[in-house]
Design a protein around this ligand. Structure first.
Ligand code: AMP
Ligand code: ZN
Length: 136
């Protein structure tokens, strides 16, 4: 299914032009218009899936395989020194476009970007409770 008023549906299916790095039957890879660093790219499925919850398992696997291929090629071509893969799900997690996408962000020495979090300091007991909540 594609959604007529979803910008990433329109880009992924070629109705709206983009700087395309790769296209196949299931995905288009484009340059992000508001890049964190030089070469910041997005993997977009051609079908509309809002987020990872919605994405079929098989396509999730294909997206990660494609990420590996693209990261390898982009590292070679751009001369970056590392990569962040980021994939936001839901408003609370910073998702702003509600069509699944995976960010591939090349990292360079002194690129001025900081992607991270402030580490917590849970006790072993607290970790045990969380573990049991998830797997119990
Ligand atoms: P997120 O916050 O994970 O939903 O990321 C949305 C990303 O889409 C941001 O990095 C935007 O810069 C990018 N973006 C939004 N609209 C476009 C567009 N028309 N073409 C390319 N990238 C876009
Ligand atoms: Zn869409």
């Amino acid at each position: 299914m594609r959604e007529a008023n979803c910008i990433f549906c329109r880009i992924a299916n070629g109705e709206v032009p983009s700087k395309t790095l790769h296209e196949d039957d299931n995905f288009r890879v484009i340059l992000d218009l508001g890049p964190a660093t030089r070469g910041h790219a997005l993997i977009l499925p051609k079908e509309h899936y809002a987020d990872l919850y919605d994405l079929p398992e098989e396509l999730a696997g294909e997206a990660m395989k494609l990420a590996k291929k693209m990261v390898t090629k982009m590292t070679d071509r751009l001369g970056c020194e590392g990569f962040n893969l980021i994939q936001n799900n839901g408003d609370m997690a910073g998702q702003t476009v509600f069509h699944f996408h995976m960010h591939m962000i090349p990292r360079y020495q002194a690129d001025g970007q900081k992607i991270g979090w402030k580490p917590g300091e849970p006790t072993q007991d607290e970790l045990e409770v969380i573990k049991n909540t998830i797997v119990g």
